[in-house]
Design a protein around this ligand. Structure first.
Ligand SMILES: NC(=O)c1ccc[n+]([C@@H]2O[C@H](COP(=O)([O-])OP(=O)(O)OC[C@H]3O[C@@H](n4cnc5c(N)ncnc54)[C@H](OP(=O)(O)O)[C@@H]3O)[C@@H](O)[C@H]2O)c1
Length: 468
């Protein structure tokens, strides 16, 4: 096994922003794998601007056991030298400091400078695409792997599309996959302020994202799909295909018993970036030091993933909940454009979100009672040759589903930790470096099996002739 530039670092991983609401759940998940048999995780450091808060979070995360002795490192986003020092000591940074558009870049920059690997739980497309634009080449050169969206945003979407797509065995082929996210709980479903703030600031950066895309060369789009749908149809600048019919704004999806509306999350954008990279590299991206066997395994994996149009909706059992979410969307969409509106939203999150987001986050009980289901309804052809026969409509449907615990503070830490363990144990099989999507980096690894072993399941629900 070749030595990576990070082989001699003091810590296997450092959790930055470990004092945050999500950060403390990430510590709790990480402790489950510290020094356990066959775990590559032998040392963890906690980092942030307030050592006392970090120590409190460690105490909370290890309760009822006494806190283990972990190194606590002071690092502030506004102090680049503290970040460089931090990155020099660790193989891998798990960044939980958000909103990422405000605080993320100095961390990526320090990791790339030093050549350490970086994962985060960002769900902000503008930040992710900007980092790719600025740091990809340097990351490749320095051997620093930078992967955003290693949480509920957007790993279930990435792996879910692949899982659905892989059920379409030739001559079958998918045309589009629509995902429906459904959040369930006996208690209230509540998110922490940090996620709300990231969403509100996201509205203000929509135009920046469009500007950024206009300034960049066009990305490749999947060319061998069996429809004309563009993978980039949220991005008119890059869209040259005809997407499947849009359908109504509010949809009643009888098959899964949900009312649904489009979810403006990062998922579809991240999946499209993955498909674009795949179009440019049909066998995926080579590992830094992979064996011939691994090359074959990776290429075989990607040969079973067929690109398809992808969209995400959020679904509820009642129409009333749809009205609530649309109202929330309108508030964020309108108020988020102006600084006074943003101030009001961020000052009174509970009022404007009708209780969905709280400054102090959900209680432990609310977190424990929540769960999610993410349905993937794939439509396509029972025989791929049908697709070339004019306007022949899809005649087959495959429904798959991912289920798991609460999304922000249980599922996200589970995903982030499993991605981290893969980086630590299978680095030779992963790309040398660069800013890449979780799908491209972790798709051909055992991430799905690992998530299944940790409470997130992937099921084939049905394969039927299409009724659509
Ligand atoms: N992908 C997903 O599905 C998912 C799930 C959950 C959360 N998230 C994202 O994760 C991010 C964090 O959310 P959260 O609810 O955990 O927020 P939070 O509770 O506000 O935590 C923010 C963290 O950032 C730290 N921080 C802020 N400014 C800093 C600075 N200048 N230097 C160093 N550290 C600094 C805070 O430190 P202090 O404690 O010292 O203030 C805290 O540890 C958000 O962007 C959210 O959208 C994503």
């Amino acid at each position: 096994m070749a030595e990576s530039p990070q082989t001699h670092q003091k810590f296997d991983l450092t959790i930055l922003g470990a004092s945050g609401f999500t950060g403390k759940y990430v510590i709790r998940e990480a402790l489950k794998f510290l020094n356990t048999p066959s775990s590559p995780l032998k040392s963890i450091a906690l980092a942030g601007r307030n050592p006392e808060k970090l120590a409190q979070s460690l105490k909370w995360a290890s309760h009822p056991a006494p806190p283990p002795s972990l190194s606590i490192i002071k690092a502030d986003i506004s102090d680049p030298s503290s970040l460089l020092q931090l990155c020099k000591q660790t193989k891998l940074i798990l960044n939980c400091v958000g909103p990422f558009r405000l605080y993320g870049e100095p961390v990526v920059s320090a990791c790339v400078d030093v050549g350490c690997d970086y994962l985060d739980i960002c769900g902000e497309p503008e930040f992710m695409e900007r980092m790719e634009w600025i740091y990809h080449e340097k990351g490749v050169e320095r051997g620093s792997l930078v992967v955003s969206a290693c949480g509920f945003d957007s790993v279930p979407a990435e792996l879910g599309v692949m899982f659905n797509s892989r059920q379409w065995v030739a001559p079958r082929a998918p045309n589009c996959v629509e995902a429906y996210v459904s959040l369930e709980s006996d208690k209230r479903i509540v998110g922490n302020f940090g996620t709300f703030e990231s969403a509100v600031l996201g509205v203000a950066s929509v135009e920046k994202l469009q500007e950024l895309r206009r300034s960049r060369p066009r990305r490749a789009r999947p060319v061998d799909r069996v429809d004309l749908a563009s993978p980039l149809d949220d991005n008119p600048d890059q869209d040259s295909g005809t997407p499947p019919p849009k359908g109504s704004t509010v949809e009643h999806q009888k098959k899964i018993g949900l009312w649904a509306v489009k979810l403006p999350s990062a998922d579809s954008i991240v999946v499209r970036r993955t498909l674009s990279v795949l179009t440019e590299n049909p066998g995926g991206i080579a590992g830094v030091n992979e064996s011939n066997e691994q090359v074959e395994r990776r290429e075989n994996f990607w040969s079973t993933v067929k690109p398809a149009h992808f969209g995400v909706k959020i679904g509820f059992k009642s129409l009333l909940s749809i009205i609530r979410i649309v109202t929330l969307g309108i508030f964020i969409g309108l108020f988020g454009r102006f600084s006074l509106g943003r101030w009001l939203l961020l000052k009174f999150p509970s009022i404007f979100t009708l209780g969905w987001f709280r400054k102090k986050g959900p209680s432990e009980e609310e977190v424990r009672s929540a769960s999610f289901k993410m349905w993937f309804i794939g439509r396509g052809y029972s025989d791929v040759t049908l697709a070339s026969q004019g306007n022949k409509k899809p005649d087959m449907e495959i429904v798959t589903r991912i289920t798991g615990p609460e999304i922000g503070y249980l599922t996200t830490p589970i995903i982030l930790l499993q991605c981290a363990l893969i980086v630590l144990s299978q680095r030779d099989n992963l790309p040398k470096g660069g800013v890449l999507t979780p799908g491209i980096v972790f798709g051909p690894t055992d991430l799905q099996e690992r998530l299944e072993q940790n409470g997130i399941s992937f099921d084939l629900v049905s394969k039927n002739p299409s009724s659509a």
